[in-house]
Ligand binder design. Sequence first.
Ligand SMILES: Cc1cc2nc3c(=O)[nH]c(=O)nc-3n(C[C@H](O)[C@H](O)[C@H](O)COP(=O)(O)OP(=O)(O)OC[C@H]3O[C@@H](n4cnc5c(N)ncnc54)[C@H](O)[C@@H]3O)c2cc1C
Length: 454
Amino acid sequence: MSCLMSATSAQPVHVIGGGLAGSEAAWQLAHAGVPVVLHEMRPLRMTDAHRTDRLAELVCSNSFRSDDRSYNAVGLLHEEMRRSASLILAAADAHRVPAGGALAVDREGFSAAVEQALAAEPLVVIERGEIAGLPPAEWDEVIVATGPLTSPALAEAISRLTGEDSLAFFDAIAPIVHKESIDFDIAWFQSRYDKGDGVDYINCPLDREQYYAFVEALLAGEKTSFHEWEEKTPYFEGCLPIEVMAARGRDTLAFGPMKPVGLTDPRTGRRAYAVVQLRQDNALGTLYNIVGFQTKLKHGEQLRIFRMIPGLARAEFARLGGLHRNTFLNSPKLLDRELRLKAMARLRFAGQLTGVEGYVESAAIGLLAGRFAAAAKRGRQLAPPPVTTALGALLGHITGGADAATFQPMNVNFGLFPALETRERGRERKRALAERALAELDAWLGASRAAAAE
Ligand SMILES: Cc1cc2nc3c(=O)[nH]c(=O)nc-3n(C[C@H](O)[C@H](O)[C@H](O)COP(=O)(O)OP(=O)(O)OC[C@H]3O[C@@H](n4cnc5c(N)ncnc54)[C@H](O)[C@@H]3O)c2cc1C
């Protein structure tokens, strides 16, 4: 690494937050020969969810989800990260525990391996301490990777810099459906009162009986219990969970998110008793979110109950609903394609703070932020990965593809990938998307290596 180091300026890159994203970013920087200071506030200051002082602590489950690189988007992301020399994936592979087709890890062994690898890296200095405001002006290249539980002082400073409404503190997630799984023999395109283009929403009609059966199912459905610390965070009236609204009265939803007014079911020529509306969620038009359906129902219950909605009987979900405290940027509005804050380009963001959801996705954005910062430190520009790769699709979604007005944290999924030019369907389509992704990733990695060696 020493020959590369001479090409960099003496100033290190400062990475704030030693979680999944920050640890990966620091590793990628060091791997490119760039010195790093990694700032982690634990154990001096803890978050409400972390329990240890370890880098890359997993705050909840020990699963990195499916490891199927041919048919599953997160499995494909694993493979892309392995090929990109990811520390997080190497540590996960080394501390794998049996979990069927999933990549699950021994959480202590995993975190210890990440910490040991970074501690042993001569170009990385780990400093314990909170960065309690905007980083000092002399830090010319900073990666902020402080996660969903960013400390309040830093969160407030970022909020002031980006504008009052740009940092969400409470995350109400509505489920997202793959458009191709919606039954258009039942559902139809129409905007309420034919506003806008007249066909901006997908509508699913319910008759009286179906509506009350649906409300009963919502009320009886099993809910996720709140963490004790989450109980201190009140609901915002504007984003009440659907089952909380239903509990206020059996007709509340029919006058709220499920109101049928201004919509005519083309099959009957009449207004339905109630309507569930879905709104386009990505620029490609492959994903639709269910409007107003943020929920604390358990995931299995969401699948069962939301598939009761006419038109969604065979719905495939790109993401299920949820509600927890979260800090994330409105990245499509605030960040450029290299994850830099438009309002202050020396600050780059990574991890869950950028509006991706999940351990793997957070680490993936850390990997990209680290590579972009390394190139910048060495006076070069790194082209983003192609949007046909899982890394590029995720990056493209948060930095442009997603609608800024409705932006919510997102898992990687095949709905984020541009369509194939060939006509494969179902599983074969996924395999073709994955094959295309890996071929294009290899080309991108090759080109990046060649540019770095020049
Ligand atoms: C309660 C909860 C449960 C979750 N469960 C799961 C799950 O089961 N599976 C899943 O895939 N995803 C889960 N997530 C979502 C997400 O994937 C994880 O939060 C993931 O750890 C995000 O990675 P990150 O690197 O962005 O943030 P983190 O891993 O949280 O890392 C951020 C780091 O920054 C540090 N930090 C914060 N502020 C400062 C500061 N001012 N100065 C210095 N250091 C600071 C923190 O101590 C922390 O170590 C969960 C999130 C939450 C909040």
